[in-house]
Design a protein around this ligand. Structure first.
Ligand code: AMP
Ligand code: GLY
Length: 419
């Protein structure tokens, strides 16, 4: 069969890589893809947001399955449009994807159905927001309501920092319309865990858990990014806690969607904080996480196409999903300056050396003739696996050290919390 993957990051590269392992797949297209994906799939020059262009391509090319990576097309209704045209597509419809698109919607949904999350209040006026912050005190968390590519959240340790974040979002509009409304949230402390699940509207099948590293510098210092690395499993979080999160969060979410008359099909991502009083939701995403997918998919033993078809057909309950016991670690190589401004078009060396049990997923590269150039904030995700986290980590960093480009930045402590 022919499969089309929509998106252009490391997550999409990992999805393409996994789909190519399926005996059912003869050809993978990626729209628009990137320099690295181009080596594995046929990249087509259609933006992930050009829904009519994608519908047209899928029909013309007789694509059998489309897989959506990023949230923006989901929230623009790509799944609804493909379904109208009778095209098979993996992902939630627009209405269901709102769980990611609006923090206020997600928070109110959780409140209504008793799903554990931080206390919160939403605001459309900065003066009221600042009043609330002064009343609650620091630490406190300020979030832009809409999509901000993972960068719309400030965990403020002082009142001053919190007030500055409100002004930046609401008055200086650094996140554009996404910050017109903000959510102010109670600060939660604990270990973070990313728990993703396949859902078909009836059944929930959790994936193996992972942990992301959001801040740009070692020891979780500096501003939040889209994610600087990930690992799976997360041994310091006991299995009972993961089971508790499934029971108190994923299953109730599935039930709540049903009660709302919304069929949620695709991947649901729960970003959780494991607090002293149990797991609580930090955010939901309506898609695979990035970079988590880069460590979770290498551990998947079952054919990803079979799982996706089962989700689309509403037959997930009949589908076995098997995971390997191996550990995987992904280290992101970013452009110096990210998540602020950075240079593009910088030549990358050392990509072509083969290494065992390692794969390099490209997040932001272009291929210019025979030369790889940087083309984004996150550039590469070096993923390695092994019998233990330690082994996978060692292997990943060994490979990282062979790659170079001007002003490269990566964290040197990915997976350290597990050791
Ligand atoms: P989000 O984009 O909502 O995932 O938030 C980005 C990061 O900010 C999370 O991964 C957490 O590290 C941190 N964060 C978000 N909400 C909270 C909270 N209520 N308490 C503590 N940290 C938080
Ligand atoms: N790694 C967090 C996300 O994908 O949103």
């Amino acid at each position: 069969m022919k499969v089309l993957v929509v998106g252009n990051g490391g997550r999409e590269h990992a999805i393409v890589w996994k789909l190519l392992k399926s005996p059912k797949v003869e050809k993978v297209y990626c729209a628009p893809g990137n320099g690295g994906i181009q080596k594995d799939a046929e990249c087509v020059d259609i933006a992930a947001t050009d829904i009519e262009g994608l519908v047209h391509f899928a029909k013309e090319t007789k694509v059998d399955l489309t897989v959506v990576g990023p949230e923006v097309p989901l929230l623009s209704g790509i799944v609804d449009r493909f379904e109208e045209e009778g095209l098979a597509i993996f992902g939630p419809r627009r209405e269901a994807a709102r769980i990611e698109g609006s923090k206020r919607f997600a928070k109110e949904f959780m409140k209504k159905y008793g799903i554990p999350t931080a206390d919160f209040q939403s605001f459309t006026e900065s003066s009221k927001a600042i009043e609330y912050i002064r009343e609650k005190g620091a630490p406190i968390v300020i979030k832009a309501d809409g999509l901000a590519a993972g960068k719309g959240v400030v965990v403020a340790s002082t009142l001053e920092e919190a007030e500055k974040a409100v002004i930046k979002a609401m008055e200086e509009k650094v996140f554009g319309d996404a910050g017109q409304e903000i959510v102010i949230e109670e600060f939660l402390s604990g270990q973070e865990m990313s728990l993703m699940a396949f859902m078909d509207g009836k059944t929930v099948k959790p994936m193996v858990v992972a942990q992301d590293h959001k801040p740009v510098f070692d020891h979780d210092q500096g501003p939040n990014t889209g994610g600087m690395g990930a690992y799976s499993p997360v041994p310091q979080i006991p299995d009972e806690v993961v089971r508790e999160a499934v029971e108190t969060i994923l299953l109730p979410v599935q039930k709540a969607f049903k009660e709302e008359g919304i069929e949620y099909k695709g991947v649901l991502y729960a970003g959780l904080m494991i607090t002293a009083s149990g797991p609580k939701v930090i955010e939901f995403n309506a898609r695979f996480g990035d970079p988590e997918t880069q460590v979770v998919l290498p551990r998947l033993k079952t054919d990803l196409v079979e799982i996706m078809e089962a989700v689309i057909d509403g037959k997930l309950s009949e589908q076995d999903i098997v995971w390997s016991d191996q550990a995987a670690v992904c280290v992101i190589l970013a452009s110096g300056g990210y998540p602020g401004s950075y240079q593009r078009g910088v030549p990358i060396q050392g990509l072509d050396k083969p290494a065992a049990d390692t794969v390099i997923f490209h997040s932001g590269t272009v291929l210019s003739g025979e030369e790889w150039l940087t083309a984004g904030g996150r550039v590469l995700g070096v993923t390695a696996w092994g019998e233990s986290i330690q082994e996978a980590q060692m292997r990943a960093y060994e490979r990282v050290k062979q790659i170079s480009f001007d002003n490269v930045h990566y964290r040197t402590d990915i997976a350290k919390k597990a050791l």
